[in-house]
Design a protein around this ligand. Structure first.
Ligand code: NOJ
Length: 567
């Protein structure tokens, strides 16, 4: 027993030590630390001109909602000129606004208003590919210098007199990643759709062009960038076949059948990120934030910190933790992630985005707010997707309604496994026509039919709504114990997940989640070494507890799916 106490103290001591190192090295005044960042998917946020697609003026008109929530930053998914094959992630001019979203003056008005409201603005930066309609690509096809080298071109492999792609590399969106171009008489490489040719970072001219894109938006006063698909930036120059993973059960066209050792996570990628860090740091004004998107292994993700990313997205709630995860699975994933962060860097927790099923659909409506609660109590930055703050759920789509290339390319029998349309439907503002999103006859994706009851306006008058809970969770980041405390994650048997944050001489902040769907009780006070009497800071609807209620933690009884934060 004594030994256990000594060990526990020793471990706490070490945790405390690491925490203080972390603070000194990060400079605890980075503006994004201990805040939530809010992702706006522009096509679906607010339509100001009735064409059924969201736009910049629509976003500007709703910035107060973000202030009201208390987030620090708005990250805008792409707003650039685009044929919209991948709904803006296929860019035909990196420094122009697509007319569907508005004009550069609309953008300036948006940033001016954001500044007045003390909101930071982060843009999506899509460096891996352009649109095949980009003038660079059109000139590359014609072999005009220096554009001839701006993309990844390779000769065909001739097999028994038949033209074949240069190797077996597969697109993220199914099928060969190579597309034949009859004019240039070569294949070009595309990690994503055929309409998104990959850029070639071995061309120094191309590297400089992309730096100019950064400069253009920095000059307009943006506060940072979310860098898209960063792990795919560079490919191995030997163009060897990637090894097959045996028995995946997936079709041969599925990228999950290959180990992406030549198309992902290449060393040169990190050096390029470091060069961008240098570039953004050389601009005047507020410190700029770089967020990087890479669905990759933990070591590869962590490496981005040291090469200049402030927020290498942490996708554990989108990949490692699912609706069937047990308390011990949460504990393992959270501890592993926290223990992997190099000293001095800030953790982050992505709860949802436009590429994945919505959080309330992934974990079930009764547990809609549970992941946001975990993200709020854990140290570091939370990243929340528009609509999740009101508990929006996926809107199932028929094959005929499906427009996302990731769904369309998978075909009618499998589109619903890969399509991202269901999570991208218009924001539900109120119970008026089109949920207050648009006055148009038709919206680009259908509005979820539940909007009459599930909408922001209704939730503003409901006590235990996702909106009310999220708002309280966002302000929890300002609590000093949550900002600087140590972190203890506990699996209480198979049912409860406990997270306690502590600072010396202060009462802890504690989250308890009942992962069972029926009522359970435990002596959580003894289990987690927390006070026997605590007060409810916030609870989800399933918990049936009011803010401020006093709770006896030595006999904590929670209904199924309940989660509660105690002070
Ligand atoms: C990641 C983006 O989030 C996704 O929406 C897009 O399809 C791919 N990158 C390609 O840009």
């Amino acid at each position: 027993m004594l030994l256990t106490v000594v060990c526990v103290k020793l471990i706490w001591g070490l945790v405390g030590l690491r925490e203080s190192v972390a603070q000194n090295a990060t400079g605890k005044d980075e503006w994004w630390r201990d805040t939530f960042i809010y992702q706006v998917y522009p096509r679906s946020f607010k339509d100001s001109n009735g064409d059924g697609v969201g736009d910049l003026n629509g976003i500007t008109s709703k910035l107060e909602h973000l202030v009201d929530l208390g987030v620090s930053t708005v990250w805008l998914s792409p707003i650039y000129a685009s044929p919209m094959v991948d709904f803006g992630y296929d860019i035909s001019n990196f420094t122009a606004i697509d007319p569907i979203f508005g004009t550069i003056d609309d953008f300036k008005r948006l940033t001016t208003r954001a500044k007045a409201l003390k909101l930071k603005v982060v843009l999506d930066f899509v460096p891996n590919h352009s649109s095949d309609k980009h003038p660079w690509f059109l000139k590359s096809v014609q072999r005009i210098k220096p554009f001839d080298e701006y993309y990844i071109w390779k000769d065909a492999k001739m097999v028994n007199g038949t033209r074949k792609p240069p190797n077996n590399w597969l697109s993220e969106f199914q099928g060969s990643a190579w597309q034949w171009n009859d004019q240039r008489k070569q294949y070009y490489y595309h990690e994503f759709t055929v309409g998104q040719p990959d850029l070639n970072y071995r061309s120094t001219a191309l590297q400089e062009e992309m730096k100019n894109v950064f400069r253009f938006w920095l000059n307009l006063g943006v506060d940072g960038f979310r860098v898209d698909a960063i792990n795919f930036l560079v490919e191995d120059s030997r163009f060897l076949d990637e090894p097959k993973i045996p028995n995946t059960g997936f079709q041969d066209t599925d990228p999950r059948t290959l180990r992406h050792i030549y198309t992902s996570d290449q060393n040169e990628t990190y050096d390029i990120v470091a060069s961008w860090r240098k570039l953004v740091d050389s601009t005047n004004g507020t410190r700029k934030i770089i967020l990087t998107e890479a669905y990759t292994t933990l070591p590869y993700a962590m490496k981005y910190y040291q090469f200049g990313s402030n927020i290498p997205f942490n996708f554990i709630f989108l990949r490692n933790i699912t609706s069937v995860s047990k308390p011990v699975d949460y504990k393992r994933a959270i501890d592993r992630y926290l223990n992997s962060i190099p000293a001095g860097y800030v953790a982050n927790w992505v709860t949802g985005n436009h590429d994945n099923s919505r959080v309330a659909s992934r974990f079930g409506p009764h547990r809609a707010d549970q992941i946001t609660m975990i993200a709020a109590i854990l140290p570091g930055v939370g990243i929340i997707y528009n609509g999740d703050e009101i508990g929006m759920i996926d809107r199932p789509m028929s094959w005929n309604e499906t427009i996302d290339p990731a769904g369309c390319n998978a075909g009618p029998s499998r589109y619903n496994l890969t399509s991202r349309d269901p999570a991208r439907t218009p924001f539900q503002w109120d119970s008026s026509i089109n949920a207050g999103f648009s006055t148009g006859k038709k919206t680009w994706l259908p509005v979820h039919s539940n909007y009459k009851t599930l909408n922001l306006q209704a939730e503003k008058t409901t006590q235990k709504s996702s909106y009310a809970i999220t708002k309280r969770l966002i302000s929890l980041k300002q609590n000093p114990v949550v900002q600087r405390g140590t972190t203890q994650v506990t699996a209480i048997y198979d049912a409860f997940l406990g997270i306690a944050r502590r600072l010396p001489n202060q009462s802890p902040v504690v989250l308890i989640v009942n992962l069972y769907n029926h009522s359970m009780h435990y002596d959580v006070a003894t289990f987690m070494n927390i006070p026997k009497q605590m007060t409810v800071y916030v609870a989800n609807a399933a918990a049936n507890l009011s803010i401020g209620a006093k709770i006896n933690t030595s006999f904590l009884q929670l209904p199924g799916n309940a989660s509660v934060i105690l002070l």
